[in-house]
Design a binder for this molecule. Structure first.
Ligand code: PBG
Ligand code: ZN
Length: 322
């Protein structure tokens, strides 16, 4: 018996073929989503200073981005819009000729089934106060916001969006959006809900890029407290009951991904957010960027993420090819 454990685990690790054959998790381009910022005020793409290597794009350049993604076999893009006009109600978020609506039409006209177009649904990029909902007397109003979310969803689906992704963390938003979509004949358009969205400092670079930082206060009245994990399950279950098709965990906290996937067993997405991107970029000063990025994202898969939304999508797809 004392000879039995010899090489017990090591026999399957002795060459690459054996390691690949027995691997439990695979990172592949098919499960990646690339987030892009489309800015109505731009004529040419502009690097985001707080997110080196990432850009905001004018409408005229998004076809190029789409082409790149299709070539790299990345199946989906997540669109954020930066409008030329903001108001207290974020009305350009549901305008027929809004920046996101135009971007969706362009991409779907060009790529049809080659590319899934996912639209972020929120108000913070469109409101002059920068909150994700309607504000009255310094407070963000939940129910008054839901009606507007419904309008945005219908307008995005009308433009051709394949998946609607509400990120505003208003209670009841999934149900309100589902009902609005069904009412207008879009019952086949799925909802990927930002079900578990923490109030995190890791969104800071994004807020510069999307020009969506709140002008007063913060988002702690609607986004989750980072100390909680049971609450994440309650949020996620509520969204499922309301009709969410895919649940998202954001930032890509491993314990939360693991709990959502293992306890609810539903399609699970995670968003490696702007701050995570910047941390990984910074780490490349000290050690190998490619290995660090592949390891980081593989861990999200191992934890249970089916879908990974990441600013590194294009790099990952390139690295996996060679
Ligand atoms: C808007 C929204 C945010 C992100 C996605 N949608 C920022 C926020 O809540 O302020 C963050 C994404 C990132 O950091 O990459 N509701
Ligand atoms: Zn928002």
């Amino acid at each position: 018996m004392d000879t039995f454990p010899k090489n017990r685990f090591r026999r399957l690790r002795k060459n690459k073929k054996l390691r690949d054959l027995t691997s439990e998790t695979d990172l592949s381009p098919e499960n990646l989503v690339y987030p892009i910022f489309v800015d109505e005020n731009l004529n040419e793409r502009k690097e985001i200073p707080e997110m080196p290597g990432q850009y905001t794009y004018p409408l005229s350049e998004i076809i190029n981005v789409g082409e790149e993604l299709v070539d790299l076999k990345i199946p989906a893009v997540l669109i954020f819009g930066i409008p030329s006009r903001k108001d207290p109600f974020g009305s350009s978020a549901y305008a027929e000729d809004g920046v996101v609506q135009k971007a969706v039409r362009l991409l779907k006209d060009t790529f049809a089934d080659e590319l899934l177009v996912i639209t972020d649904l929120c108000l913070c990029e469109y409101t002059d106060h920068g909150h994700c909902g309607i504000v009255k007397n310094g407070k963000v109003l939940n129910d008054e916001t839901l009606e507007i979310y419904g309008k945005i969803a219908v307008s995005q689906a009308g433009a051709g969006a394949d998946i609607i992704a509400p990120s505003g963390m208003m209670d009841g938003m999934v149900l309100a959006i589902r009902e609005a979509l069904d009412r207008e004949g879009f019952s086949d358009v799925p909802i990927m809900s930002y079900a578990v969205k923490y109030n995190s400092v890791l969104y800071t670079p994004f807020r510069y890029a999307a020009q969506s930082a709140p002008k007063f206060g913060d988002r702690s009245s609607y986004q989750m407290d980072i100390r909680n994990s049971d609450e994440a399950l309650r949020e996620a279950k509520a969204d499922l009951e309301e009709g969410a098709d895919i649940l998202m965990v954001k930032p890509s906290f491993l314990d939360i991904i693991y709990r959502i996937k293992s306890e609810l067993k539903v399609p699970t997405a995670t968003y490696c957010v702007s701050g995570e991107y910047v941390m990984l970029k910074a780490s490349s000063v000290y050690f190998d960027e490619r290995r660090s990025v592949l390891e980081y994202h593989t861990c999200r898969k191992r934890a249970g993420a089916d879908i990974i939304i990441t600013y590194y999508a294009k790099d990952i797809a390139r690295w996996l090819k060679d």
